[in-house]
Design a protein around this ligand. Structure first.
Ligand code: IPM
Ligand code: MG
Length: 371
C-alpha cells in the first residue's frame, strides 16, 4: 500500500479483547470522521482464533505488521482453551514474545480516579479521590525473561524450577530515563521501587536510578521505596504518588494492586514503548491492563473504558495529538460521571450498561465536546 498515513495494527485477540477493542475502534473512527485523524487501521489475526486458523498464536504476517506499524492496539490474550496448547505454541506466540521482539521496555500504566466513581472503590472516598499516578514498569527484562530458566529433575525424582531475575545497567538506565522524563512533564517527583534490601538486582537498580537522576534530571525529586512497603502505601495513601518506576515483576503486581484503588481493572489503560529510532519514531503497543477475562467474555458486559483510554494514550504518545487525547479522556470522565457505568463499576442500586452502551456514551460525549 502506498499511503503514508500512520499504520495502526489491531490485534483484538481472545476473551473480551474483541468486544472492548470494537468500542476503541468506534472512537478511532469518530476522530477520523470529526477531527481529521488519518490512520490506516489493519486488523490482524492473533491469539486462539489465529491458532485455530494458522496453527500459531502469532502468525508471521501479524508479527511483521506489528513490527512495521506505527502503533499496535492490543485486546487480550489467554483463556481456558490455552490449557490444552503445547507449551512451545504458547511461548512462541504470546504477548511476552511481542514485548521482547519489539523491545517494549517502558510500560506506562496510569491510574487516575474519576471522583464520581468513589462508590466503586473499596477505599474510603477521601482516600481514593484525587488519585492520579503512573506506574512505569520495566517490561522487556527481569525475571520474565532472565536465564537460566526451566525445570529440572532431581536425583530423588522431585523437581526444581528456576527463574532468574537479572538487570543490566543499560536496561535500568533506559527505563529510568523514561520515568524521569514523565515525572518532569508532571509533578517533578519520581519514586523508584525495588527490593534493594534483599536483592542484588534491586541494589543495582537503586544505584543506577540515582545516578541517572543526579546526572540528567537534577530538577526531578527522586525518592526510593521498598516494594513491599509500596504495595501497602498504594492502598493506604495512593495520592502520595505521582510517577513510580519499578521492575517487570513488581510492576505487574503493583499495577494490579493500584488498580483496586479505582475498583476495577476495567479502568486501566497502558502504553508499552520501545526505543526511539533515528527519526524519533518508537514502537508502541497500547493495551487495556485487564486481560482476557474469560469468565465474562462474549456476554457484552465488559468495560471498554481501559481500551478506549488506551486509544487516548496512543493519540498522545504515537500520533502527536495531545488535544484529542485530552478530549477523549474528558469524554470518558463525563460519561462515567453522568452515571453510565458497566457492571464492574456500577453504582450501588443502579443498572449497569453494556459494553456497546458504554461506547455509545463516550461517543455521545465526544459529540457534545465537539460542538
Ligand atoms: C500484564 C499481564 C501479563 C504480565 C500476563 C498476561 C503475561 O498480567 O500485562 O500485567 O504478567 O505481564
Ligand atoms: Mg498483570
Amino acid at each position: 500500500m502506498t499511503s503514508n498515513r500512520p499504520v495502526l495494527a489491531v490485534l483484538s485477540g481472545d476473551g473480551v479483547g474483541p468486544e472492548v477493542t470494537a468500542e476503541a475502534r468506534r472512537v478511532i473512527d469518530w476522530f477520523g470522521a470529526n477531527r481529521g485523524l488519518e490512520i490506516d487501521v489493519r486488523d490482524k489475526p492473533f491469539g486462539y482464533p489465529a491458532y485455530l486458523e494458522h496453527g500459531t498464536l502469532l502468525p508471521d504476517d501479524t508479527l511483521a505488521e506489528v513490527k512495521s506499524a506505527d502503533a499496535v492496539l492490543f485486546g487480550a490474550i489467554g483463556g481456558v482453551e490455552y490449557g490444552d496448547l503445547p507449551p512451545e505454541v504458547r511461548r512462541s506466540g504470546g504477548l511476552l514474545r511481542i514485548r521482547r521482539e519489539l523491545d517494549l521496555y517502558a510500560n506506562l500504566r496510569p491510574i487516575k480516579a474519576i471522583d464520581a466513581m468513589a462508590d466503586a472503590s473499596p477505599l474510603k472516598p477521601e482516600v481514593m479521590q484525587g488519585t492520579d499516578l503512573v506506574i512505569v514498569r520495566e517490561l522487556s527484562s527481569g525475571i520474565y525473561f532472565g536465564e537460566p530458566r526451566g525445570v529440572e529433575k532431581l536425583p530423588d525424582g522431585s523437581e526444581r524450577a528456576i527463574n532468574t531475575q537479572s538487570y543490566t545497567t543499560d536496561e535500568i538506565r533506559r527505563v529510568a530515563r523514561a520515568a524521569f522524563e514523565l515525572a518532569r512533564s508532571r509533578s517533578g517527583r519520581l519514586c523508584s521501587v525495588d527490593k534493594s534490601n534483599v536483592m542484588e538486582s534491586g541494589a543495582l537498580w537503586r544505584r543506577v536510578v540515582a545516578a541517572v537522576g543526579a546526572d540528567e534530571f537534577p530538577d526531578v525529586e527522586l525518592s526510593n521505596m521498598l516494594a513491599d512497603n509500596c504495595a501497602m502505601q498504594l492502598i493506604l495513601a495512593p495520592r502520595q504518588f505521582d510517577v513510580l518506576v519499578t521492575d517487570n515483576l513488581f510492576g505487574d503486581l503493583l499495577s494490579d494492586g493500584a488498580g483496586a484503588v479505582l475498583g476495577s481493572l476495567g479502568m486501566l489503560p497502558s502504553a508499552s514503548l520501545g526505543p526511539a529510532d533515528a527519526d524519533g519514531r518508537r514502537q508502541a503497543l497500547y493495551e487495556p491492563v485487564h486481560g482476557s477475562a474469560p469468565d465474562i467474555a462474549g456476554q457484552g458486559i465488559a468495560n471498554p473504558t481501559a481500551a478506549i483510554l488506551s486509544v487516548a494514550m496512543m493519540l498522545r504518545l504515537s500520533l502527536g495529538r495531545a488535544d484529542d487525547a485530552a478530549m477523549l479522556e474528558q469524554a470518558v470522565g463525563n460519561a462515567i460521571t453522568a452515571g453510565t457505568r458497566t457492571a464492574d463499576i456500577v453504582a450501588p442500586g443502579a443498572k449497569p450498561v453494556s459494553t456497546t452502551q458504554m461506547g455509545d456514551a463516550v461517543v455521545a460525549e465526544l459529540e457534545r465536546l465537539a460542538e
